[in-house]
Design a protein around this ligand. Structure first.
Ligand code: M6R
Length: 618
């Protein structure tokens, strides 16, 4: 939550900051601001409530003097509503110092009381301004921004990425991070800071990831990273593997439309380089067989789409079946606070697109501190969660910008499946031919998703149009169809703001069937009759039960399943696949439907209200 960008170099910084913020806007979009030290050595600042376009328009009509040192921020409000005053940057030291912040400063109230009793005044309701005023006081004492910054951050509790610059030290931006993301972009005679690499990828793909409780000072000539005590630390360089075009809309009407269309590539790229002669070999896990050999239990933790809405559950069914190691799935925020049983034989697998979700990060740290082994599945290089884990398997979905997670979701299931097959091979739980059969299924998925997109997009757009005034939609599924029902419901709530719920179809008669009234739309994920005749029959019976009560049934069924035809009002077709692989196909119509309905209602599909892409506060 909140996007942060910093620049020092020879170029005018305003446009660099604004285009960096445009790429980070998915992290928060209730207000935005920039501060720049201009050619005269004055610090100029502009900030506005609303989306970045409001700030842009303001700057276009009332230009700010430009300069070559600057910081910018796009906000998701925590302390203080989304107003001009609460937007960042916050100024201090007679408006000579500017600060931006992502995270929550938990001890801000006591710090504020201390500063107020020393005579300092505040203009906003934010925790950030407290850090700015504290930094201003320290600067007045030391006259050195890095020293003052160190003295300030060591007094802060909570999670933060902070950037600051001072009029009297142009050509310098300092940053610090604790439990919140910050990466460095290395240019030629210029350097960048960003919440993630998207902030600067159009200028450089050379990056450095800084660690916990570290401070970075960037100047045009160089970068110095120190810990909170001042000791210089070496940081890991990495190359960004995608270019700026990958994070652009590229002619699509929305990022979500683009990202749903990229689902086939997300799966294909996640498989790339990890299958050799029908055998799964994940290069990142080379030499880590010991991590898997002695485990007696796995716990998958995540939040939102990555967990609640199913990856964890889909993965549970597959990984448990393949490895014969018990797998539990838990929401990261519940896991962390319930004193779970963890041993060195427990492997905790976290899943996160951003790699920054605070709930998941805290759960990973907790698991490590309590002796478990940790592995993360993540889509973002340089992110915090992989850095805190013993092992990492990257999904290669490319940058996901729309708040609603789509292509990352199919990439996460793919990575979990690869991991399951990898562990099954190491533990000898599956024969080589069983593994290669699953590998063949996985390799066929991208073309099958493409087929769903080719054949059902138009149909679903029409369906969404007809259903534009629908006030409630239910989703039913069994076995791996159940988490897909949850995902369908979450996506719909998230971007259309209507009531949506997903149920295990078997649960229907235990309560939810009372919701069915004439005309109630219900999506039903129908298992394959070839692969699971018994489950298929059960789901068809569930359809009969809801139809008898007037439900309008939209079935997602495999090609050739004629049994559903007379029972459903609409049938959305998916190609044939093994039972564990159906979720990768059945979810695609649900992503298309949520997007179609949001569009039919005239809503912003990429930036739904109240949300941000990356939830970096607990
Ligand atoms: O970055 P992460 O995968 O850790 O994010 C987890 C959730 O916040 C995320 O999946 C959220 O639920 C999506 N907006 C759902 O579409």
């Amino acid at each position: 939550m909140c996007g942060i960008v910093g620049y020092v170099g020879p170029r005018p910084s305003q446009e660099i900051l604004l285009s960096g913020l445009a790429r980070l806007e998915y992290r928060g979009y209730d207000s935005a601001g920039i501060a720049v030290i201009d050619g005269q050595g004055d610090l100029g600042m502009r900030k506005r409530a609303g989306k970045l376009s409001v700030l842009r328009d303001d700057l276009a009509s009332h230009p700010l003097a430009d300069g070559t040192t600057g910081i910018g921020h796009t906000r998701w409000a925590t302390h203080g509503g989304p107003t001009d005053e609460n937007a960042h940057p916050h100024l201090a030291d007679d408006d000579k110092l500017a600060v931006i912040h992502n995270g929550i400063i938990e001890n801000f109230a006591e710090l504020k009381a201390e500063l107020e009793s020393a005579g300092y005044a505040f203009r906003s309701q934010t925790d950030t301004e407290v850090a700015a005023v504290l930094l201003g006081r320290e600067y007045a004492a030391s006259g050195d921004l890095v020293d003052a910054f160190r003295a300030t951050v060591t007094r802060l509790e909570g999670a933060f990425t902070l950037l600051a610059m001072h009029r009297d030290q142009p050509g310098l931006v300092v940053g610090a991070r604790r439990n919140s993301p910050l990466v460095i972009g290395l240019g030629e005679g210029e350097n960048f800071l960003g919440s993630d690499v998207a902030a600067f990828v159009e200028h450089t793909r050379h990056a450095l990831a800084i660690g916990q409780d570290q401070i970075v000072a960037i100047t045009p000539e160089g970068v110095e990273v120190t810990d909170f005590h001042g000791a210089v630390v070496e940081v890991e360089p990495f190359e960004v593997t995608w270019d700026a075009a990958a994070a652009d809309k590229g002619g699509w009407r929305s990022f979500m439309a683009k990202e749903v269309a990229e689902e086939p590539e997300a799966v294909a790229n996640t498989l790339l380089g990890r299958i050799r002669n029908g055998v799964v070999e994940i290069p990142e896990l080379d030499g880590l067989d010991d991590l898997f050999a002695g485990i007696t239990r796995m716990v998958v933790i995540a939040a939102g789409t990555a967990a609640y809405a199913s990856d964890g559950h889909v993965g549970k069914y597959a990984i448990e079946q393949w490895t014969r190691v018990p797998v539990e799935v838990e929401l990261a925020h519940e896991f962390r606070y319930r004193d779970p049983v963890l041993t060195p034989e427990t492997l905790v697998i976290s899943i996160s697109q951003s790699g920054e979700t605070m709930d998941t990060l805290m759960a990973v740290k907790y698991a490590r501190e309590h002796g478990a082994k940790t592995l993360s599945i993540c889509n973002t290089q340089g992110a915090t969660i992989p850095r805190e884990s013993d092992a990492i398997v990257y999904t290669h979905a490319g940058p996901e910008v729309a708040v609603a997670s789509t292509k990352a979701f199919v990439a996460q299931i793919t990575a979990l499946y690869l991991l399951g097959l990898h562990i099954a091979r190491i533990r000898g739980a599956l024969s080589p031919s069983e593994i290669s059969q699953s590998v063949r299924e996985l390799e066929a998925i991208p073309a099958k998703i493409r087929k769903v997109l080719d054949t059902e997009t138009e149909h679903i757009a029409q369906l969404s149009h007809w259903m534009a005034d629908t006030r409630s939609v239910l989703f039913l599924g069994r076995h791996v169809g159940y988490p897909i029902a949850l995902e369908g419901a979450l996506k719909l709530k998230e971007i259309t703001y209507i009531h949506a719920e997903g149920f295990a179809a078997g649960e229907l008669k235990h309560g939810p069937i009372a919701l069915i009234e004439p005309g109630q739309p219900v999506f039903v994920i129908v298992p394959s009759p070839r692969e699971s005749a018994l489950l298929h029959a059960k789901v068809v019976s569930n359809i009969e039960e809801i139809r008898a009560r007037g439900a309008r049934v939209i079935a997602i069924a495999e090609e050739g399943d004629v049994a559903v035809l007379p029972k459903a009002d609409e049938v959305l077709r998916i190609p044939l696949a093994g039972p564990l692989f159906e979720p990768l196909l059945a979810v695609v119509p649900l992503h298309l439907f949520a997007m179609g309905l949001a569009e039919a209602k005239g809503l912003d599909v990429d930036q739904p209200r109240n949300l941000a892409k990356s939830v970096t506060v607990e």
